[in-house]
Design a protein. Sequence first.
Length: 144
Amino acid sequence: MTQTILVLNGPNLNLLGQRQPEIYGHETLADVEALCRAELGEGWELSFRQSNWEGQIVDWIQEARGGTAGIVINPGALSHTSVAILDALNAYEAPVMEVHISNIHKRESFRHHSYVSLRADGVIAGLGTEGYAAAIRRILSLAG
Ligand code: CA2
């Protein structure tokens, strides 16, 4: 049976590699998707998505219930504001890994708090895009 890992990216992450490389690096979101796919062996599928819309991300989390092995989520700026994404994740049963490309704790104080961290089983910040690969590996290991 094939199992699926869902990778969700929030607002502005479609711009990755095009602006602010000193903070987010030079890789594009397509590069990040390839990095994630490279972690998966036979029997695993990746669903990799990005949206600038909070409600779209909530819908995707709801749809993932009962049919996915875990979620890797970089909620972008919604990390710091979205109770709706937290509520959706609280209704999701499988592991959740939160990823931030930058070290949010080294940046402005408004980035230090994440609502998503109240639900996440693990939080990765400051590893650059390698954090996504680490998050996928963790979900694979939790899935046994
Ligand atoms: O470090 C991260 O991954 C963040 O989740 C990225 C968000 C930021 O609001 C969070 O505080 C930390 C921003 C994503 C926007 O990414 C851009 C990439 C290139 C150019 C402009 C924005």
